[in-house]
Design a protein around this ligand. Structure first.
Ligand SMILES: NC(=O)c1ccc[n+]([C@@H]2O[C@H](COP(=O)([O-])OP(=O)(O)OC[C@H]3O[C@@H](n4cnc5c(N)ncnc54)[C@H](OP(=O)(O)O)[C@@H]3O)[C@@H](O)[C@H]2O)c1
Length: 309
């Protein structure tokens, strides 16, 4: 049994080591693979070249190294009928909740304003707003959105979430569907996007959406860059409709050198690092899933490619 790994070299080696330690019967090969394509049973991939996966005629499953599978769904030659499994693992989830908590508290405690004051050597207090006076709203109540909300609970914020189907989460006011979006946005002071990239979520963070938030709201995008209309954000920041943003993902990555986000005083940016799969913990999820399939059982976390997540 053999598995092809396609990710960057360092992480590929870490995956190969973790798989060897946890599943010695499974042979692993780092991409590019020069052997017989028919010998590959499984692929564990991040952004493989388009058309690459159809080279392997005996693939039984494709594992995404990351939680998002848009890098696979966008391949017009993705082999049909092979299950695609998204990454659900505790290291990735914990990392995202750390990032989201940090970003929420940054906006809540006016850190962009204090950074601006520091540049001008201004020593001035900004009146604090109690957490219970602010609503934090999460777009996407999946594995990552729900965990982030759980981690935010102890701070005392009002919490809200929005998903496609109805949800019930203790301590979180839940909204769903296009009909629930407006009411969700109207109460949300700090908006977090943790949606998968699909035809429906592309461009969702736009002028109209920003206009429905209370004036001065903060936006945190940790979903995908294509969900944000970047010019609309700049316009909303200029008008004050949006007070600040934390962005981890961008339309074009790496962010081009001349992009206005680099120097914008109301935008905090990071290079798509909000959360990363940790091979040492993620390996257990991959191994368990392969063992399930080999035993004739159903795989976990298979995505619905038609739905897009
Ligand atoms: N920046 C980073 O470093 C990083 C790292 C990891 C993940 N991510 C991003 O985070 C995303 C979410 O991951 P996850 O594991 O939480 O995904 P997930 O478990 O599949 O959850 C997705 C959530 O989004 C909701 N949703 C999808 N389409 C929707 C729509 N059209 N309208 C309303 N809600 C919609 C789903 O609603 P239902 O519950 O009703 O299905 C679900 O609640 C990933 O797809 C990836 O793009 C980013």
């Amino acid at each position: 049994m053999a598995l092809l790994i396609k990710t960057d070299i360092d992480r590929g080696n870490a995956w190969a080591e973790a798989l060897a330690a946890n599943y010695p019967e499974l042979k692993t090969y780092n991409w590019p693979y020069k052997g017989d394509p028919a010998a590959i049973d499984y692929a564990l991939v991040w952004q493989p070249p388009k058309g690459e996966l159809k080279r392997y005629p005996n693939l039984k499953a494709i594992f995404s190294v990351g939680a998002g599978i848009d890098h696979l769904a966008s391949d017009p030659d993705l082999p049909a009928g092979i299950p695609v499994v998204r990454m659900v693992e505790p290291g990735l989830t914990a990392g995202m909740s750390e990032y989201v908590t940090l970003a929420v508290l940054n906006h809540h405690r006016f850190m962009l304003d204090y950074a601006a004051q520091r540049r001008e050597k201004i020593w001035e207090e900004i009146p604090q707003i109690p957490a219970e006076a602010r609503q934090v709203g999460v777009l996407g109540l999946g594995v990552l959105g729900r965990d982030a909300l759980e981690k935010l609970k102890p701070f005392g914020f009002k919490l809200a979430g929005w998903s496609r189907s109805p949800k019930s989460i203790t301590g979180v006011t839940c909204f769903h569907g296009s009909g629930g979006l407006e009411e969700f946005l109207a109460g949300t002071d700090i908006l977090i996007c943790l949606l998968p990239l699909t035809a429906e979520t592309e461009g969702l963070l736009n002028r109209e959406t920003f206009g429905k938030l209370p004036a001065g709201a903060a936006v945190i995008n940790v979903g995908r860059g294509a969900q944000l209309v970047e010019d609309d954000l700049l316009e909303a920041l200029d008008s004050g409709q949006i007070g600040g943003a934390t962005l981890d993902v961008f339309q074009k990555e790496p962010l081009p050198g001349k992009h206005p986000f680099w120097k914008h005083p109301r935008i905090f940016i990071t290079p798509h690092i909000a959360s990363m799969t940790v091979p040492q913990s993620a390996v257990r999820a991959v191994v368990a899933n392969i063992q399930r399939l080999e035993a004739g059982e159903a795989l976990q976390h298979v995505v619905d490619l038609k739905r897009g997540y």
